[in-house]
Design a protein around this ligand. Structure first.
Ligand code: NAD
Length: 277
């Protein structure tokens, strides 16, 4: 259902790779709510071509930008400003770890990969914010969001150096959020989403088990990509104008839980099974 929450608003959406991507769902929901936006992804992601289908659906264009390239981000904002003038919202939905991809453990990481993880998954957010501010690209009360994960606060098996990247990402939202709020009335937040079966999510080995565990632990169950898109839309809207510098959990309650009845039942079952072996 559409509420016209984003009527007249313009933006940039990073990170739609395919239909499973959280950014893809955000783009579709933002479009339904009346927003206009440019889609962007790394040049290498363009090869898959699916983002062009999304662009067609949302009556827009795709501008390639590697989030680790300052030149690309500057060009992206120049294109957006030439098209729309100032914009109102940005979604940063980018994550990548070669250590995770290559199965290197946290105590055996490759440091070149580690640098890349931090650069692509966290520092890129600073790059986006700094370029936007220097170009005076965002309207007053604009809203900038990055997607994050609870591994920033808690250690999760196999999440590896992405936990460090997410901690840094959330810190950048606070540090930049202060300056951007003080000087330009612009909001900067992170949304901490439940584990979700996307291309990046599937990179974490054992994601199905993790999904089952977090679903049992969360009183409201895991949040889907579409539900995350709904939350992003409200955060881009004028209904949330005084929310800034926050890490907002969108996880069905998981982050406040210690042990749930459903998880305890499963744990008891597996203990019984192992005792019978
Ligand atoms: N899937 C989950 O379980 C989950 C949970 C919490 C948070 N998140 C976060 O949500 C965001 C989106 O991930 P997703 O789950 O939709 O997966 P996804 O794989 O669909 O999206 C990740 C995106 O990052 C892009 N990307 C990678 N390197 C890039 C670069 N150098 N420049 C520009 N773009 C680049 C990819 O092309 C892709 O579009 C990420 O920040 C991820 O960490 C995901």
């Amino acid at each position: 259902m559409s509420y016209n929450l984003l009527k007249g608003k313009k933006g940039i959406i990073f990170g739609a790779l395919n239909e499973k991507s959280i950014a893809w769902q955000v783009a579709e929901r933002a479009y339904e709510e009346g927003a206009e936006f440019i889609l962007t992804n790394a040049p290498v992601a363009m090869r898959y071509g699916e983002i062009n289908e999304l662009a067609k659906k949302c009556n827009t264009e795709v501008v390639a930008a590697d989030a680790s390239s300052l030149k690309d981000i500057e060009n992206l904002f120049d294109v957006a400003m030439a098209k729309y003038g100032k914009i109102d919202f940005v979604l940063h939905s980018i994550g990548m770890s070669l250590n995770v991809r290559k199965g290197l453990k946290y105590d055996e990481v490759n440091y070149d990969y580690y640098h890349k993880t931090l650069d692509i998954s966290a520092i890129s957010f600073h790059r986006v914010l700094q370029v936007a501010k220097q170009k005076n690209a965002i309207n007053d009360w604009g809203s900038i969001i990055a997607l994050t994960y609870v591994a920033a606060q808690r250690t999760l098996f196999r999440y590896n150096d992405m936990g460090d990247a997410k901690a840094m990402l959330e810190s950048i939202a606070r540090s930049f959020g202060y300056i951007y709020g003080r000087e330009n009335n612009i909001r900067v937040n992170t949304i901490s989403q439940s584990p979700t079966l996307t291309t990046a999510g599937s990179g974490v080995k054992g994601i199905e088990n993790l999904l089952d565990f977090t679903d049992r632990m969360s009183p409201l169950g895991n949040a889907t990509a579409l539900e995350c898109a709904d939350y992003c839309v409200t955060m881009f809207s004028d209904l949330t104008r005084k929310v800034t510098m926050q890490n907002l959990f969108h996880d069905g309650g998981f982050s406040s839980m210690g042990m749930s009845e459903k998880a305890m039942m499963m744990y008891n079952k597996s203990i019984e099974a192992s005792e019978q072996e």
